[in-house]
Design a protein around this ligand. Sequence first.
Ligand code: FE2
Length: 428
Amino acid sequence: MEIVIRKARLDYRHDHKIVDIGIDQGKIVEISERITQRGEEEIDANGRLVVPPFFNMHFHLDSALTLGDPKFNESGTLWEGIRIWGEKKKKLTEEDVINRAERVIKWFVAYGTLWIRSHVDITEKSFTAVRALLRVKEEMKELINLQLTAFPQDGITSDKDVPELLEKAMEIGVDNVGMIPHNEPTREDGVKSIDIAFNIAKKYNRNIDGHIDETDDPNSRFLEVVARKTVEYNYKGRVSAGHVTAMHSWDPAYRFRILSFIRDAGITVVPNPLINITLQGRFDGYPKRRGMAPISLLLTNGINVALGHDCIMDPWYPLGVGDMLQVLFMAVHVDQLTGYNDLLRSLDLITYNGARAWRVSNYGIEKGNDANLLVLNAKNEIDALRILGPPLYVIKDGKIIAKSLNREYSEVYNKGRWEKISFFMDIT
Ligand code: FE2
């Protein structure tokens, strides 16, 4: 066997059993109390938790690591962020986007994320970021499973060229169709934009990945339209709704009524806890609303929920290092998922639920599955959420691709060589 992990602790799904895990030719070939054969590489997990790798289901690679360029967001609001990004995006170069995206992807990998779904703003007509991120996707495919979503940041109906730009993005290889109906000028424009997005998705056979109802306005109710269109276009299971922060403020009777529509449409709701708790409630005095979609209510009603990091060190969010455990940490606080069983199951929000939305098969620590796994620096789920930080080892398709050295550095295997990467960042 190429790798044997000794004394790995499995998660709550496997009653926290301690096992040896054998890996060969990219697969998990044995899970048993004691593997007698020696591995070419031996990892002593010493009772540490071994889990499948993380999913970041909503991200913006094009703006990541631009903090302070051209200026800092002093108010911390969404609107100042959009203004700053509006300035920055006119000056993008492919090289700048590639350098920042590659750096942040390596951070994510070092912190155990192997699937990232990133938006790319297609309203900047030069398509600089689109071309750059398509190159990153191709050049880093050994390290990361990256999907790109064509994101009409300024709306689909606001500029007559945007539908064409969305189609152009599909033609050159962007994966999913995005939308932002709550940002369109009127409710009618929002509904129209959803139809345009579904039409393009159908034409090119792509999935839908929208920014939906990202506002505190309880009258923002586009998720119901998305659910209706999902059924109409026969897109069940192919639609993700990012943010849906308005759901936090919806009238309970209305929220209750549409839960079954969302479930029946097979929509995955993707909250972005770090950003939602920061950007929502900005018009409130005290008390300030939390403004995150109600995760526990959605889960108990059979709706798939997976999490996104959304931003790292950009005009909207000045923090972050690519640790999906930080995202989960915030989610369990904001939605009060602190019951013992809630905490154990909360890891699903960045693992199995992402796999379901992404439709990854052979996922999970089971014999015969693809050997994608993390040896966490934690002995159980609660340790993982308390201690956070990078896994000791990240294994992708049966190969070790990242090792944690300390709080400053990890090593990542990129483009055929081991590279020492730092999580520190100069702020300009
Ligand atoms: Fe976003």
